[in-house]
Write a protein of this length. Structure first.
Length: 343
């Protein structure tokens, strides 16, 4: 199994990534760390607690992260993810509470306790990980793998003409994290950039398949009042909340002239964290522009050794999106069905 630290800014696609990780039998989620990004950090933390409780996994630790980027003021994007970061979903208010340790300490402690075993997955700004590495510079050498959704290399940005959201929110943090890799003993982080994740487009058809599969397949041990095939889509609570969240994301993408679809940035990165063989990667030395008046937050990849610095990343380039969606839909549907839509 894959022991995971998931650091996110939940977030509609972060939400689906989280449920996918809960649904995947290979994933052993040890902590969910909250970082400010799509919405403020405390709202992200509340969303993480709420999804875990809804899915019957409030035993998993949820940590609050830094409330602002290293140097810049926090920017959020409620237009993209809804006022609370989860689109139209209205999750029950969680009764569980956050951990007493902060997100950076969780990165440090979990990798200390399990050297060489933990897989890190970051689908938000890199603030927490940068703070953890400042406190503990050897942290990268204790990771088994690190997967980051962020950056853009040959494609237009989604935050400025040349920058991607997760990097643009905290460019200093991203710069520090990339600088901490490329040394002996540290794994090469896999970057899932916008170039690739924007080609992973969820459609209403995918969501319809998820809902149908979650509802119509027989449950393993149906109770007397819970006959398979008798529940409507809306009766499966987990699927209903996911559909309500993603509907907002479809509308946002449509308003951006992308069509009635949604880019599955973070669920794809989650799939790579569990099985890196689903993508091909290109080795590069990656750095982040922090001072350019037009280009702050831009990721730059040196693939030819111009800088004379070591390779510090593998940039994900291609994947089979259909296979990815089949896996996502089947696993999340099976999980929702098994849970009968609630804890
Ligand atoms: C990234 O930005 C966020 O809004 C999404 O959750 C994703 O992690 C895509 O640029
Ligand atoms: Ca995210």
């Amino acid at each position: 199994s894959v022991p995971l630290i998931f650091d996110c800014d939940t977030g509609i696609d972060d939400s689906l990534a989280l449920v996918y990780l809960l649904a995947h039998p290979a994933a052993d989620l040890r902590a969910v760390l909250s970082t400010g990004g799509n919405v403020p950090t405390d709202v992200v933390c509340g969303n993480n607690l709420a999804w875990l409780q809804l899915c019957g996994r409030d035993d998993i630790e949820v940590c609050l992260g830094a409330d602002a980027p290293l140097e810049a003021p926090l920017m959020t994007t409620e237009d993209t993810h809804g006022p609370l970061g989860i689109g139209y979903a209205q999750l029950p208010v969680p009764t569980s509470t956050k951990s007493s340790r902060d997100a950076a300490d969780a990165w440090i402690d979990l990798t200390m306790d399990n050297p060489g075993e933990m897989v890190g997955l970051v689908t938000g700004p890199l603030t927490n990980l940068a703070l953890a590495i400042r406190r503990d510079p050897l942290l990268p050498t204790r990771l088994r793998r690190l997967v980051i959704m962020g950056g853009v290399f040959h494609h237009g940005g989604n935050t400025t003409p040349t920058s991607e959201w997760n990097i643009a929110v905290d460019p200093e943090a991203a710069k520090e994290v990339f600088a901490a890799f490329g040394t002996d003993g540290a794994p090469r982080p896999i970057i899932c950039p916008l170039d690739l994740t924007e080609s992973i487009r969820m459609t209403p058809d995918h969501l319809g398949r998820l809902a149908a599969l979650a509802e119509s397949s027989p449950v393993e041990q149906p109770g007397p009042d819970d006959e398979p095939g008798t529940r409507s889509v809306a009766d499966n609570t987990i699927v209903r909340h996911l559909v309500d969240a993603i509907r907002f994301y479809f509308e946002f993408h449509e308003a951006q002239s992308e069509g009635y679809i949604a880019h599955m940035h973070d669920p794809f990165a989650a799939a790579v964290a569990l099985d890196p063989s689903i993508t091909q990667t290109r080795p590069a030395c990656v750095d982040v522009e922090t001072t350019g008046s037009l280009t702050r937050g831009t990721t730059v990849a040196d693939e030819r050794g111009f800088w004379g610095r070591p390779v510090n990343a593998g940039i994900a380039t291609t994947t089979d999106a259909d296979l990815f969606f089949d896996d996502l839909i089947e696993r999340v549907a099976a999980f929702a069905r098994e849970r009968r839509g609630g804890p």
